[in-house]
Design a protein around this ligand. Sequence first.
Ligand code: FES
Ligand SMILES: [Fe+2]
Length: 382
Amino acid sequence: MSTDVPSLEQTLAKISTLANASLQETFSLPPEAYTSEPLHELERKKLFQKEWLCAGRTNSLKKAGDYFCFELDSQPVFVIRQKNNQFAAFANVCRHRMMTLLEGKGRCKRIVCPYHAWTYGADGNLVAAPHMDVRPNFDKSELSLHPIRMEIWHGWIYLTLSSEVESVASLLSDLAPLVDLYEMEHYVQIIEEDHVWNTNWKQLTENFMEGYHLPVAHKATVGGFFPVEATQFSESEPSPGFTYQFFEKTEDAPVGTAHADNTSLTGKQRVTSILPTIFPSHMYMLAPDHLWYLSLQPKGPDKVRIRYGAALAPEVLAASDDPEKLIAETTKFLATVNEEDRVVVEGIQRGANAPLSSGGPLCWLERENHEFTQFLARKLCD
Ligand code: FES
Ligand SMILES: [Fe+2]
């Protein structure tokens, strides 16, 4: 067996071959797809500096001045709720000497740079710059924060560094009718956290896209509630912007079905959960009573920052005798499920770094993984 590291061209040729094979004949990505520095650089350039990335949900920013930070590849950004309750996104970098302005999340009336106190409004305009008035022709109006292209879709906040990428509404137009009636934009945010895991971002995307591991890796938590044979896939042509699977629960399932007070969902939708993956890196499970999601920010071939969140349908919280207890229990349960995923996606990354590893044949339950390979081939291999 050769231990030569494949070149970027060889890796791309393998991805292309796998994308062109049928699901019955294809394999998972080769190990170098998860470890290669040159491929990581190409993904940064062609995916994470170009595509729409999800920074979070509008429901996390409830009042004027509420903000959270995010990164589009190496560009720090923040999203902030305006006085008129609209949302805006800006480069999180001071126009004086490039200090990052905000950290994490919070609420503010003004954005004050921690270096020399240049001060910006929530609309991004520079409103104060101490000791600068003696400089001739100093014009604050020329020094607003750089706006970031943003689009809100069903309560999700998508950002991009590209001025050219097609709108989210257009990319996800075929997804809209499948999720409209859930009214997920009204689901009440209960968790939003960032974590860093030691794995390649694609391991996590692929892990989300297949339910094959649920009865095994999650046998202590959700595994027993997911008969994997019940997994269903779309019968229409794959969309270039997303893929999804869905499944139905039995009406007596403890979670994942519509609350009696939910009047918008009817028939099978009351027991149906849908799991879209918005390429490249936004995934969520939308159930009639709750929502949880991941948005990924690669930090090298072996490291990924995960924005992870969850929300509950408003009628579920309204009907609860003890909403705080419900939130605490849900948070704890989902943290356990997440930990089960961390163990496997870090484990397969160690496997990808091992010299005797190779990709293996895919199962029918890994159909979306094949669609993801095809997405990668379209974006990276031309
Ligand atoms: S870098 Fe922000 S005020 Fe100087
Ligand atoms: Fe999982």
